[in-house]
Design a protein around this ligand. Structure first.
Ligand code: ARG
Length: 463
Protein backbone atom coordinates (compact mmCIF):
# COMPACT_ATOMS: atom_id res chain seq x y z
CA UNK A 1 0.00 0.00 0.00
CA UNK A 2 1.19 3.47 -0.81
CA UNK A 3 1.46 5.72 2.23
CA UNK A 4 -0.95 8.67 1.87
CA UNK A 5 1.82 11.12 2.62
CA UNK A 6 3.98 9.94 -0.29
CA UNK A 7 4.28 12.30 -3.21
CA UNK A 8 1.18 12.53 -5.35
CA UNK A 9 3.29 13.02 -8.51
CA UNK A 10 5.80 10.24 -8.13
CA UNK A 11 4.68 8.44 -4.97
CA UNK A 12 3.61 5.22 -6.71
CA UNK A 13 6.66 3.22 -5.70
CA UNK A 14 7.05 4.90 -2.31
CA UNK A 15 5.77 3.52 0.98
CA UNK A 16 6.47 6.68 3.00
CA UNK A 17 6.75 10.42 2.60
CA UNK A 18 10.10 12.21 2.88
CA UNK A 19 11.86 13.12 6.08
CA UNK A 20 11.51 16.83 6.90
CA UNK A 21 15.22 17.35 6.23
CA UNK A 22 14.89 15.56 2.90
CA UNK A 23 12.07 17.89 1.99
CA UNK A 24 14.10 20.92 3.03
CA UNK A 25 17.12 20.00 0.94
CA UNK A 26 15.07 18.81 -2.02
CA UNK A 27 12.47 21.54 -2.44
CA UNK A 28 13.15 24.36 -4.86
CA UNK A 29 9.74 26.03 -4.80
CA UNK A 30 11.09 28.76 -2.48
CA UNK A 31 13.02 30.16 -5.42
CA UNK A 32 11.87 28.50 -8.65
CA UNK A 33 8.42 30.05 -8.22
CA UNK A 34 10.04 32.97 -10.01
CA UNK A 35 9.71 30.89 -13.19
CA UNK A 36 5.94 30.45 -12.85
CA UNK A 37 5.11 32.51 -15.93
CA UNK A 38 7.63 30.60 -18.02
CA UNK A 39 6.43 27.27 -16.64
CA UNK A 40 2.84 28.00 -17.59
CA UNK A 41 3.84 29.29 -21.04
CA UNK A 42 5.74 26.02 -21.60
CA UNK A 43 2.78 23.94 -20.44
CA UNK A 44 0.35 25.83 -22.65
CA UNK A 45 2.56 25.28 -25.70
CA UNK A 46 2.92 21.60 -24.81
CA UNK A 47 -0.84 21.11 -24.27
CA UNK A 48 -1.74 22.75 -27.59
CA UNK A 49 0.81 20.55 -29.36
CA UNK A 50 -0.51 17.38 -27.70
CA UNK A 51 -3.97 18.18 -29.06
CA UNK A 52 -2.72 19.14 -32.52
CA UNK A 53 -0.95 15.78 -32.70
CA UNK A 54 -4.01 13.86 -31.50
CA UNK A 55 -2.17 12.74 -28.36
CA UNK A 56 -4.88 14.27 -26.14
CA UNK A 57 -8.39 15.32 -27.15
CA UNK A 58 -9.02 18.91 -28.00
CA UNK A 59 -11.53 19.21 -25.18
CA UNK A 60 -8.87 18.06 -22.69
CA UNK A 61 -6.43 20.53 -24.20
CA UNK A 62 -8.98 23.31 -23.93
CA UNK A 63 -9.55 22.46 -20.26
CA UNK A 64 -5.77 22.54 -19.70
CA UNK A 65 -5.47 25.88 -21.47
CA UNK A 66 -8.19 27.51 -19.39
CA UNK A 67 -7.03 25.87 -16.21
CA UNK A 68 -3.46 27.05 -16.76
CA UNK A 69 -4.71 30.61 -17.29
CA UNK A 70 -6.62 30.37 -14.01
CA UNK A 71 -3.51 29.12 -12.21
CA UNK A 72 -1.46 31.92 -13.78
CA UNK A 73 -3.86 34.57 -12.59
CA UNK A 74 -3.88 33.06 -9.10
CA UNK A 75 -0.09 33.31 -9.05
CA UNK A 76 -0.06 36.83 -10.45
CA UNK A 77 -2.59 38.06 -7.90
CA UNK A 78 -0.79 36.39 -5.01
CA UNK A 79 -3.62 33.95 -4.27
CA UNK A 80 -1.65 30.82 -5.06
CA UNK A 81 -0.61 28.72 -2.08
CA UNK A 82 2.85 27.33 -2.88
CA UNK A 83 3.59 24.01 -1.22
CA UNK A 84 7.03 22.75 -0.21
CA UNK A 85 5.72 19.20 -0.21
CA UNK A 86 5.18 19.62 -3.95
CA UNK A 87 8.89 20.38 -4.35
CA UNK A 88 9.02 22.74 -7.26
CA UNK A 89 7.11 25.08 -9.54
CA UNK A 90 6.36 22.33 -12.05
CA UNK A 91 4.58 20.10 -9.56
CA UNK A 92 2.92 23.01 -7.78
CA UNK A 93 1.34 24.17 -11.03
CA UNK A 94 0.30 20.69 -12.11
CA UNK A 95 -1.23 19.84 -8.74
CA UNK A 96 -3.26 23.04 -8.71
CA UNK A 97 -4.33 22.39 -12.30
CA UNK A 98 -5.68 19.05 -11.16
CA UNK A 99 -7.73 20.78 -8.46
CA UNK A 100 -9.09 23.25 -11.00
CA UNK A 101 -9.84 20.98 -14.00
CA UNK A 102 -9.68 17.46 -12.61
CA UNK A 103 -8.73 14.43 -14.67
CA UNK A 104 -7.44 16.10 -17.87
CA UNK A 105 -4.62 17.65 -15.81
CA UNK A 106 -3.12 14.21 -15.48
CA UNK A 107 -2.60 14.06 -19.26
CA UNK A 108 -0.53 17.24 -19.48
CA UNK A 109 2.72 15.48 -18.61
CA UNK A 110 2.40 13.06 -21.55
CA UNK A 111 5.62 12.98 -23.56
CA UNK A 112 7.29 15.41 -21.20
CA UNK A 113 9.51 15.29 -18.11
CA UNK A 114 10.41 17.84 -15.50
CA UNK A 115 13.89 17.61 -16.99
CA UNK A 116 12.98 19.18 -20.32
CA UNK A 117 10.39 21.31 -18.54
CA UNK A 118 12.89 22.95 -16.19
CA UNK A 119 15.44 23.41 -18.98
CA UNK A 120 12.75 25.15 -21.03
CA UNK A 121 11.50 27.35 -18.20
CA UNK A 122 15.00 28.40 -17.25
CA UNK A 123 15.99 29.23 -20.82
CA UNK A 124 12.89 31.39 -21.16
CA UNK A 125 13.71 33.12 -17.89
CA UNK A 126 17.34 33.78 -18.81
CA UNK A 127 16.26 34.99 -22.26
CA UNK A 128 14.00 37.62 -20.64
CA UNK A 129 16.90 38.75 -18.50
CA UNK A 130 19.17 39.09 -21.51
CA UNK A 131 16.53 41.32 -23.07
CA UNK A 132 16.29 43.38 -19.88
CA UNK A 133 20.08 43.70 -19.75
CA UNK A 134 20.13 44.88 -23.37
CA UNK A 135 17.65 47.66 -22.53
CA UNK A 136 19.60 48.58 -19.40
CA UNK A 137 22.86 48.78 -21.32
CA UNK A 138 21.31 50.90 -24.05
CA UNK A 139 19.84 53.31 -21.51
CA UNK A 140 23.22 53.64 -19.82
CA UNK A 141 24.95 54.23 -23.15
CA UNK A 142 22.45 57.01 -23.93
CA UNK A 143 23.18 58.68 -20.60
CA UNK A 144 26.92 58.52 -21.26
CA UNK A 145 26.41 59.86 -24.75
CA UNK A 146 24.55 62.88 -23.37
CA UNK A 147 27.45 63.57 -20.98
CA UNK A 148 29.95 63.22 -23.83
CA UNK A 149 27.90 65.55 -26.01
CA UNK A 150 27.75 68.23 -23.31
CA UNK A 151 31.50 68.18 -22.71
CA UNK A 152 33.02 66.92 -25.93
CA UNK A 153 35.85 69.50 -25.72
CA UNK A 154 36.28 69.88 -21.97
CA UNK A 155 39.81 68.98 -20.99
CA UNK A 156 40.68 66.73 -18.09
CA UNK A 157 43.76 64.76 -17.09
CA UNK A 158 44.16 61.38 -18.71
CA UNK A 159 45.82 58.93 -16.35
CA UNK A 160 48.06 55.93 -16.54
CA UNK A 161 48.96 54.30 -13.21
CA UNK A 162 46.50 56.93 -11.85
CA UNK A 163 49.32 59.42 -12.45
CA UNK A 164 48.64 62.36 -14.74
CA UNK A 165 49.67 61.26 -18.22
CA UNK A 166 48.27 63.45 -21.02
CA UNK A 167 45.28 65.74 -21.27
CA UNK A 168 42.18 64.12 -22.72
CA UNK A 169 38.67 65.33 -23.30
CA UNK A 170 35.71 64.61 -21.02
CA UNK A 171 33.78 63.49 -24.08
CA UNK A 172 36.53 61.01 -24.94
CA UNK A 173 36.49 59.55 -21.45
CA UNK A 174 32.69 59.12 -21.48
CA UNK A 175 32.83 57.56 -24.93
CA UNK A 176 35.39 55.01 -23.73
CA UNK A 177 32.64 53.58 -21.51
CA UNK A 178 30.14 53.70 -24.35
CA UNK A 179 32.49 51.40 -26.27
CA UNK A 180 32.79 49.02 -23.30
CA UNK A 181 29.06 48.82 -22.68
CA UNK A 182 28.49 48.39 -26.41
CA UNK A 183 30.68 45.28 -26.31
CA UNK A 184 28.70 44.05 -23.31
CA UNK A 185 25.56 44.58 -25.36
CA UNK A 186 26.95 42.64 -28.29
CA UNK A 187 27.91 39.80 -25.92
CA UNK A 188 24.30 39.83 -24.65
CA UNK A 189 23.02 39.61 -28.21
CA UNK A 190 25.43 36.80 -29.07
CA UNK A 191 24.49 34.83 -25.98
CA UNK A 192 20.80 35.26 -26.76
CA UNK A 193 21.24 33.94 -30.28
CA UNK A 194 23.14 30.88 -29.08
CA UNK A 195 20.77 30.02 -26.24
CA UNK A 196 17.50 30.49 -28.11
CA UNK A 197 16.84 26.82 -28.83
CA UNK A 198 14.07 24.72 -27.35
CA UNK A 199 14.80 21.77 -25.04
CA UNK A 200 11.07 20.95 -24.83
CA UNK A 201 10.35 17.49 -26.16
CA UNK A 202 13.66 16.04 -25.03
CA UNK A 203 11.56 14.52 -22.24
CA UNK A 204 13.55 12.88 -19.44
CA UNK A 205 16.71 12.39 -21.52
CA UNK A 206 16.04 10.14 -24.51
CA UNK A 207 13.14 11.80 -26.32
CA UNK A 208 9.70 10.21 -26.39
CA UNK A 209 7.74 7.57 -28.26
CA UNK A 210 4.73 9.89 -28.56
CA UNK A 211 4.41 11.58 -31.96
CA UNK A 212 5.17 15.06 -30.63
CA UNK A 213 5.83 18.09 -32.84
CA UNK A 214 8.83 19.90 -31.48
CA UNK A 215 8.72 22.56 -34.16
CA UNK A 216 5.28 23.60 -32.98
CA UNK A 217 6.31 24.14 -29.35
CA UNK A 218 9.55 25.76 -30.52
CA UNK A 219 7.61 28.34 -32.47
CA UNK A 220 5.00 28.91 -29.78
CA UNK A 221 7.74 29.77 -27.28
CA UNK A 222 9.70 32.02 -29.63
CA UNK A 223 12.71 29.73 -29.91
CA UNK A 224 14.63 29.57 -33.18
CA UNK A 225 14.86 25.78 -33.40
CA UNK A 226 14.51 22.65 -31.27
CA UNK A 227 17.71 21.43 -29.64
CA UNK A 228 19.11 18.61 -31.75
CA UNK A 229 20.17 16.21 -29.00
CA UNK A 230 17.86 15.27 -26.16
CA UNK A 231 20.69 14.34 -23.77
CA UNK A 232 22.31 17.72 -24.32
CA UNK A 233 18.97 19.53 -24.09
CA UNK A 234 18.22 18.39 -20.54
CA UNK A 235 21.73 18.41 -19.16
CA UNK A 236 23.63 21.50 -20.18
CA UNK A 237 23.46 24.81 -18.40
CA UNK A 238 26.03 26.56 -20.57
CA UNK A 239 23.43 29.19 -21.45
CA UNK A 240 23.19 30.10 -17.77
CA UNK A 241 26.96 30.16 -17.48
CA UNK A 242 27.22 32.33 -20.55
CA UNK A 243 24.67 34.69 -19.01
CA UNK A 244 26.79 34.85 -15.85
CA UNK A 245 30.01 35.38 -17.82
CA UNK A 246 28.49 38.21 -19.82
CA UNK A 247 27.07 39.67 -16.61
CA UNK A 248 30.47 39.36 -14.90
CA UNK A 249 32.31 41.21 -17.65
CA UNK A 250 29.66 43.91 -17.69
CA UNK A 251 29.76 44.19 -13.89
CA UNK A 252 33.53 44.55 -14.15
CA UNK A 253 33.06 47.51 -16.51
CA UNK A 254 30.46 49.00 -14.18
CA UNK A 255 32.85 48.52 -11.28
CA UNK A 256 35.67 50.41 -12.98
CA UNK A 257 33.46 53.37 -13.80
CA UNK A 258 32.00 53.29 -10.29
CA UNK A 259 35.53 53.46 -8.88
CA UNK A 260 36.28 56.48 -11.05
CA UNK A 261 33.14 58.20 -9.77
CA UNK A 262 34.17 57.50 -6.18
CA UNK A 263 37.57 59.07 -6.85
CA UNK A 264 36.23 61.93 -8.96
CA UNK A 265 33.61 62.96 -6.40
CA UNK A 266 36.14 63.16 -3.55
CA UNK A 267 37.17 66.51 -2.08
CA UNK A 268 40.67 65.94 -3.41
CA UNK A 269 39.48 65.64 -7.03
CA UNK A 270 36.15 67.41 -7.35
CA UNK A 271 35.89 66.35 -10.99
CA UNK A 272 32.20 65.60 -10.64
CA UNK A 273 29.35 66.45 -8.34
CA UNK A 274 26.94 63.58 -7.82
CA UNK A 275 23.32 64.45 -7.30
CA UNK A 276 21.70 64.27 -3.88
CA UNK A 277 19.39 61.64 -5.35
CA UNK A 278 22.31 59.27 -5.75
CA UNK A 279 24.28 60.10 -2.61
CA UNK A 280 23.88 59.57 1.10
CA UNK A 281 24.90 61.49 4.21
CA UNK A 282 26.77 60.48 7.33
CA UNK A 283 25.02 60.05 10.66
CA UNK A 284 27.89 61.79 12.47
CA UNK A 285 29.74 64.03 9.98
CA UNK A 286 27.37 66.72 8.72
CA UNK A 287 29.60 67.72 5.81
CA UNK A 288 29.64 64.26 4.25
CA UNK A 289 28.00 63.38 0.95
CA UNK A 290 28.90 59.82 0.16
CA UNK A 291 28.87 58.09 -3.24
CA UNK A 292 27.21 54.94 -1.85
CA UNK A 293 25.51 53.98 -5.10
CA UNK A 294 28.87 54.00 -6.88
CA UNK A 295 30.46 51.97 -4.09
CA UNK A 296 27.69 49.38 -4.20
CA UNK A 297 27.92 49.11 -7.98
CA UNK A 298 31.68 48.70 -7.54
CA UNK A 299 31.00 45.78 -5.21
CA UNK A 300 28.33 43.98 -7.26
CA UNK A 301 30.94 42.22 -9.39
CA UNK A 302 31.76 40.19 -6.26
CA UNK A 303 28.45 38.36 -6.08
CA UNK A 304 27.94 38.23 -9.84
CA UNK A 305 31.32 36.69 -10.55
CA UNK A 306 30.82 34.55 -7.44
CA UNK A 307 27.65 33.15 -9.03
CA UNK A 308 29.57 32.41 -12.22
CA UNK A 309 32.24 30.48 -10.32
CA UNK A 310 29.66 28.70 -8.15
CA UNK A 311 27.64 27.42 -11.11
CA UNK A 312 30.78 26.43 -13.01
CA UNK A 313 31.74 24.32 -9.98
CA UNK A 314 28.26 22.79 -9.80
CA UNK A 315 28.39 21.75 -13.44
CA UNK A 316 31.95 20.48 -13.67
CA UNK A 317 32.24 16.75 -13.56
CA UNK A 318 28.49 16.02 -13.84
CA UNK A 319 27.87 12.93 -15.96
CA UNK A 320 25.12 13.15 -18.60
CA UNK A 321 22.26 13.68 -18.41
CA UNK A 322 20.22 15.42 -15.67
CA UNK A 323 21.40 15.35 -12.05
CA UNK A 324 19.72 17.11 -9.17
CA UNK A 325 22.89 19.14 -8.67
CA UNK A 326 21.55 21.26 -11.49
CA UNK A 327 18.75 22.58 -9.32
CA UNK A 328 21.48 24.69 -7.74
CA UNK A 329 21.71 26.75 -10.93
CA UNK A 330 18.77 29.03 -10.31
CA UNK A 331 19.50 30.98 -7.14
CA UNK A 332 22.90 31.99 -8.48
CA UNK A 333 21.45 33.22 -11.75
CA UNK A 334 18.49 34.94 -10.09
CA UNK A 335 20.72 36.82 -7.69
CA UNK A 336 23.24 37.80 -10.35
CA UNK A 337 20.49 38.96 -12.71
CA UNK A 338 18.77 41.05 -10.03
CA UNK A 339 22.00 42.73 -9.09
CA UNK A 340 23.23 43.30 -12.62
CA UNK A 341 19.93 44.99 -13.56
CA UNK A 342 20.03 47.08 -10.39
CA UNK A 343 23.63 48.14 -11.01
CA UNK A 344 22.84 49.12 -14.61
CA UNK A 345 19.84 51.19 -13.53
CA UNK A 346 21.73 52.86 -10.67
CA UNK A 347 24.64 53.70 -12.94
CA UNK A 348 22.32 55.16 -15.54
CA UNK A 349 20.67 57.31 -12.87
CA UNK A 350 23.98 58.54 -11.50
CA UNK A 351 25.37 59.37 -14.93
CA UNK A 352 22.22 61.23 -15.92
CA UNK A 353 22.27 63.29 -12.73
CA UNK A 354 25.98 64.01 -12.32
CA UNK A 355 27.64 67.33 -13.13
CA UNK A 356 31.12 67.42 -14.57
CA UNK A 357 33.03 70.32 -12.99
CA UNK A 358 34.59 71.81 -16.07
CA UNK A 359 36.89 74.32 -14.34
CA UNK A 360 38.31 71.74 -11.91
CA UNK A 361 38.82 69.25 -14.72
CA UNK A 362 40.74 71.81 -16.75
CA UNK A 363 42.85 72.96 -13.81
CA UNK A 364 43.78 69.36 -13.05
CA UNK A 365 44.55 68.73 -16.71
CA UNK A 366 47.13 71.50 -16.71
CA UNK A 367 48.92 70.22 -13.62
CA UNK A 368 51.52 67.48 -13.52
CA UNK A 369 53.40 68.43 -16.71
CA UNK A 370 50.65 66.83 -18.72
CA UNK A 371 51.84 68.31 -22.01
CA UNK A 372 55.40 66.94 -21.75
CA UNK A 373 54.70 64.47 -24.54
CA UNK A 374 53.50 67.34 -26.74
CA UNK A 375 56.80 69.09 -26.13
CA UNK A 376 58.76 65.95 -27.05
CA UNK A 377 56.61 65.47 -30.17
CA UNK A 378 57.28 69.11 -31.16
CA UNK A 379 61.03 68.52 -30.86
CA UNK A 380 60.71 65.51 -33.15
CA UNK A 381 58.44 67.22 -35.65
CA UNK A 382 60.08 70.66 -35.78
CA UNK A 383 63.73 70.00 -34.98
CA UNK A 384 63.85 66.48 -36.41
CA UNK A 385 65.28 65.10 -33.14
CA UNK A 386 65.12 61.34 -32.70
CA UNK A 387 62.28 60.63 -30.25
CA UNK A 388 64.67 59.24 -27.61
CA UNK A 389 66.69 62.47 -27.60
CA UNK A 390 63.50 64.56 -27.54
CA UNK A 391 62.33 62.50 -24.55
CA UNK A 392 65.60 63.29 -22.78
CA UNK A 393 65.50 67.05 -23.54
CA UNK A 394 61.90 67.21 -22.34
CA UNK A 395 62.80 65.31 -19.18
CA UNK A 396 65.42 67.94 -18.36
CA UNK A 397 62.87 70.73 -18.91
CA UNK A 398 60.36 68.97 -16.65
CA UNK A 399 63.04 68.66 -13.97
CA UNK A 400 63.80 72.38 -14.35
CA UNK A 401 60.12 73.34 -14.04
CA UNK A 402 59.69 71.03 -11.06
CA UNK A 403 62.64 72.67 -9.32
CA UNK A 404 61.17 76.13 -9.96
CA UNK A 405 57.72 75.01 -8.85
CA UNK A 406 56.17 76.09 -12.16
CA UNK A 407 54.46 74.42 -15.12
CA UNK A 408 56.05 73.83 -18.54
CA UNK A 409 54.38 76.78 -20.33
CA UNK A 410 55.73 79.07 -17.59
CA UNK A 411 59.36 78.38 -18.48
CA UNK A 412 60.89 81.15 -20.62
CA UNK A 413 62.31 80.67 -24.10
CA UNK A 414 65.79 81.24 -22.61
CA UNK A 415 65.13 78.42 -20.14
CA UNK A 416 64.16 76.18 -23.02
CA UNK A 417 67.16 77.14 -25.11
CA UNK A 418 69.51 76.49 -22.21
CA UNK A 419 68.59 72.84 -22.60
CA UNK A 420 68.40 72.78 -26.42
CA UNK A 421 69.53 75.86 -28.34
CA UNK A 422 67.37 75.25 -31.43
CA UNK A 423 64.02 75.55 -29.58
CA UNK A 424 61.91 78.50 -30.82
CA UNK A 425 58.92 80.38 -29.38
CA UNK A 426 56.70 78.28 -31.63
CA UNK A 427 56.93 75.54 -28.98
CA UNK A 428 54.50 77.38 -26.71
CA UNK A 429 51.79 76.68 -29.26
CA UNK A 430 51.68 73.01 -28.27
CA UNK A 431 52.02 73.40 -24.54
CA UNK A 432 48.50 74.43 -23.53
CA UNK A 433 46.09 71.62 -22.74
CA UNK A 434 43.59 72.74 -25.39
CA UNK A 435 46.29 72.69 -28.06
CA UNK A 436 47.36 69.32 -26.82
CA UNK A 437 43.96 67.65 -27.12
CA UNK A 438 43.11 69.42 -30.38
CA UNK A 439 46.29 68.00 -31.94
CA UNK A 440 45.44 64.34 -31.16
CA UNK A 441 43.39 63.81 -34.29
CA UNK A 442 44.47 60.26 -35.09
CA UNK A 443 41.51 57.86 -35.48
CA UNK A 444 40.24 57.02 -32.01
CA UNK A 445 42.16 59.96 -30.53
CA UNK A 446 41.00 62.49 -27.96
CA UNK A 447 40.64 65.55 -30.22
CA UNK A 448 37.14 67.08 -29.92
CA UNK A 449 36.66 66.71 -33.67
CA UNK A 450 37.24 62.96 -33.45
CA UNK A 451 35.12 62.62 -30.31
CA UNK A 452 32.21 64.41 -31.99
CA UNK A 453 32.43 61.99 -34.90
CA UNK A 454 32.10 59.08 -32.48
CA UNK A 455 29.22 60.74 -30.67
CA UNK A 456 27.46 61.19 -34.02
CA UNK A 457 28.04 57.56 -34.95
CA UNK A 458 26.65 56.25 -31.66
CA UNK A 459 23.66 58.59 -31.79
CA UNK A 460 22.76 57.00 -35.08
CA UNK A 461 23.23 53.48 -33.74
CA UNK A 462 21.17 54.08 -30.62
CA UNK A 463 18.51 56.09 -32.45
N1 ARG B 1 13.32 21.28 -9.51
C1 ARG B 1 14.09 20.56 -10.44
C2 ARG B 1 15.29 21.40 -10.93
O1 ARG B 1 15.29 22.57 -10.71
C3 ARG B 1 13.27 20.18 -11.62
C4 ARG B 1 13.72 18.97 -12.33
C5 ARG B 1 13.55 17.77 -11.49
N2 ARG B 1 13.87 16.59 -12.21
C6 ARG B 1 14.12 15.41 -11.61
N3 ARG B 1 14.42 14.42 -12.37
N4 ARG B 1 14.11 15.30 -10.32
O2 ARG B 1 16.24 20.91 -11.47
Amino acid sequence: MTDKSSNQMWGGRFAAGPDAIMEAINASIGFDKRMATQDIAGSRAHAAMLAAQGIVTSSDAEAMREGLLTVLSEIETGQFAFSTALEDIHMNVEARLKEVIGEPAGRLHTGRSRNDQVATDFRLWVRDQLDAAASGLEALMRALLAQADAGADWVMPGFTHLQTAQPVTWGHHMMAYVEMFARDLSRVQDARKRMNESPLGAAALAGTSFPIDRDMTTEALGFDRPMANSLDAVSDRDFALEFLSVASISAMHLSRFAEELVIWSSAQFRFVTLSDRFSTGSSIMPQKKNPDAAELIRAKIGRIFGANVALMMVMKGLPLAYSKDMQEDKEQVFDAADNWMLALAAMEGMVKDMTGNRANLEAAASAGFSTATDLADWLVRTLDLPFREAHHVTGSLVAMAEKRGCDLPELTLQDMQSVHSAITADVFGVLGVHNSVASRTSYGGTAPVRVREQIGRWKEVLG
